[in-house]
Design a protein around this ligand. Structure first.
Ligand code: TYD
Ligand code: ZN
Length: 420
């Protein structure tokens, strides 16, 4: 791979091989969303990489314009220790769907790619399944192992697939939750998956759903880790090229709207659900095949940037104090793309110990614990972790009770509860 300054420009579509790109949006050079910094006097030479998206006119993959070397992005990785209630429920749902729809039985071998700290595999273990994780971040693999989830510290590829086949056998289920959109060399991963699957095996992936991102203007889902923004139609094209058949798909509310998609070998045992064609038809009606849809998305981003900055600066002008809720990766795109920083947002409150005491990339806003936030006086939370919005609003009753409000960035910047 030819890296210039640890990044390379995307030329050929990773799904269909064409080079007919529609430019959509560019945010300029931004720091990596996961590269939190130690507090310092100055932050010279903070690495920045181009962040922008284009759309393939042939297969309608939305892709980043530039790929950062994964060795830089993933060798260590911030992780959340405690999973939210919503995510716990969701992970249980994934187990149940695999059991009920694809008859994955106790004793079955479940392999997870990008298994993180092993929470999803723990849920499979509770259902008496044999599990193995693969994750490239060495710090995370250590945590997973301590929790009793066997995990290989590696990227998944044809080579790792061969090791798994030789040492562990054929998985009944291969799972990749919020990892597939991070993969540049999808060919190597899908080749590895195809070789590992048996006729009854299922490959399940969960990715942010491009329709939700476009419909709700969730432009901060765009950051250097998310290389691809998929619809079902594009995934069907991709999987077919690698000898796989999409057999089912389900829309889910997690992470602002995701799709859980199931595939098997082309001639495998599972029939194709009519849901697959129904979703593709809905995507066509939504306009995923039309340049105008992406032009409207770019216009909405411009509008939201302007409106959010005006709202926040207006409140600051009235002397109101604003704090960020959460320090998620997506928050860094939002803040950096809008040019909001320490003058507007005093600090961000986040439950992740790894992030506390550090500063956000680019904006250098300090990250503090919720316990610290509870001791401070302020008027508004800017909801950066909006994917947990319902759960957060439900548990911040004390803040709301004393008149505190939340600023929601999209689909259009707004304040909840509404101003009287
Ligand atoms: P996450 O959903 O993992 O988003 P991303 O992939 O964009 O990083 O991040 C959510 C962040 O919000 C995570 O750092 C934990 C934090 N958080 C809180 O601080 N309080 C909460 O109540 C919840 C639900 C999350
Ligand atoms: Zn393409």
């Amino acid at each position: 791979m030819n890296w210039t300054n640890n990044a390379r420009q995307v030329t050929t579509c990773r799904v269909c091989g064409e080079q007919d790109w529609q430019p959509v949006v560019s945010f300029g050079d931004l720091p990596l969303a996961g590269s939190f910094l130690e507090p310092a006097q100055s932050y010279e030479n903070e690495p920045r990489y181009p962040l922008g998206v284009v759309c393939c006119r042939s297969c309608r993959l939305m892709s980043l314009t530039h790929v950062v070397d994964p060795a830089i992005l993933y060798r260590t990785y911030p992780y959340s220790k405690s999973d939210s209630e919503m995510m716990k429920k969701h992970m249980q749902h994934v187990v149940e769907v695999c059991q009920e729809r694809f008859a994955v039985q106790p004793g079955s071998f479940v392999l997870e790619i990008g298994s993180n700290t092993g929470s999803q595999l723990k849920a499979f273990q509770k259902a008496s399944m044999r599990t193995l994780g693969i994750d490239p971040a060495v710090n995370i693999v250590e945590v997973a192992r301590q929790r009793g989830v066997e995990t290989l510290p590696d990227f998944f590829s044809v080579e790792t697939a061969a090791t798994v086949a030789a040492e562990y056998g054929t998985p009944r289920l291969i799972l990749g939750r919020h990892v597939f959109a991070h993969i540049d060399d999808v060919t190597s991963v899908l080749e590895g998956v195809r070789r590992l699957l048996g006729p009854e095996s299922v490959f399940a992936i969960e990715v942010p759903y491009v329709v939700d991102m476009l419909e709700h203007n969730e432009f901060d889902t765009i950051y250097h880790e998310h290389l691809s923004y998929f619809g079902v139609g594009t995934l069907v094209t991709l999987f077919e090229r690698h000898g796989l058949r999409v057999i089912d798909a389900e829309r889910l509310p997690v992470h602002g709207g995701s799709i859980l998609l199931f595939a098997g070998l082309r001639d495998g045992a599972w029939p194709t659900s009519p849901v697959v064609d129904e979703l593709i038809e809905q995507e066509r009606k939504f306009g995923l095949d039309d340049d105008a849809t992406y032009e409207r998305f770019a216009e909405s981003i411009e509008r939201i940037r302007g409106e959010l900055v005006a709202l926040v600066r207006g409140l600051r002008g009235e002397g109101k104090r604003i704090v960020g809720y959460g320090a998620p990766a997506k928050g860094n795109t939002l803040l950096n793309a809008c040019g909001l920083g320490i003058d507007e947002i005093e600090f961000c409150s986040d439950t992740t110990e790894f992030k506390q005491g550090k500063v956000l990339p680019g904006t250098h806003i300090p990250v503090c614990s919720p316990q610290y936030a509870a001791t401070r006086e302020f008027d508004y939370y800017l909801l950066l972790a909006w994917n947990y919005g319902e759960e957060i609003l439900g548990k911040e009753k004390a803040f709301l009770g004393k008149g505190g409000r939340f600023i929601l960035p999209h689909p259009t910047p707004s304040i909840v509860p509404c101003e009287p």
